[in-house]
Write a new protein. Sequence first.
Length: 380
Amino acid sequence: MWKTAIDDAIAKTLKNIERFEGKFPHVSSNGTYELNENNDWTNGFWSGMLWLCYEYTQDERFRNAAHHTVTSFHQRLKDHVVLDHHDIGFLYSLSSKAQWIVEKDEAARQLTLQAADLLMNRWCEPGGYIQAWGQKGDAKEGGRIIIDCLLNLPLLYWASEQTGNSSYMEAARIQAEKSRRYLIRGDDSSYHTFFFQPETGEPIGGATHQGFTNGSTWTRGQAWGVYGFALSYRYTKESKFLEASKRLARYFLEHLPDDHVAYWDFNAPIERDTYRDSSASAIVAAGLLELLSLMEQQDPERLYFQEHLEKSMTSLVQKYATIGEEDAEGLLKHGSYYVHGGLSPDDYMIWGDYYYLEALMRLEKGIGGYWYEGKKPSSV
């Protein structure tokens, strides 16, 4: 089943290279991907898909297209195009760092280190955190962290390994710990964002930007936590991060509907037309594979996570994927971007496509993502 799904995804991605004509897919509208220049937080996911397809097929068409994206990311950094945010890790881990991992290209390595320096510039004292959005000192955004940042931290961990400079590692570790302490609630659900007083670092409180309410649990945010804390454990070996990933994973899996694919928020009223977020379940599937690869073989929860991974991936492939739909541009239907904002609440999400493909390739061939170096063998 996984191979059939991968073959279908590869065929669609190859067709999309021609369709997209050098631009980057974001989210879809009525089944057609919105394309942009390299100026959004999501652009790295397309690059990552191309590198995954190249690793799997060794087809030079994917490699050439991936190289084109890295060239674009080089120019974006040079011109500082829409980079006053923390999603630099999403952008450069899946583009230039991916090229370094696959090809050991020194120019790609240097570009990725420059990106890590740019992310480090978002470190805020005295609060001791990476500011999520806006320019440093922004009156509204100066005190905000968000759970998504956990997937940006591998850029800093990697830079520390590459350079021997522990300041990257320490910043990422502190950010992960602050996220663990303030974004995870006592019942193992999570806030999307948390605010601090910028001048003193005093905690103010949790909130949401894309969830149902400030007290609800946005499923994609919970998904970022599952994968992100597992990655922080891989780099730091601090057991509290492994436990945080497990806690968030248990909550996510325990609150899924019968078909094992999440709604957009765990606290949204469930009605006939309540939106799903297949992208959240795709992120968690990839995150569970990472989590399982880090757990001891005798861990009593291994079987629980393995069984739920299998159920979620089977449902995504059989009920949400566009397998056999030759003209479909996306791989996964029924993702949601920003429900309250009315932005693509039931469409393709390029990050959903990426994590779905990453999970499939890890299951089938042990080809994982580009969050760290080294192959990730299947854990199922």
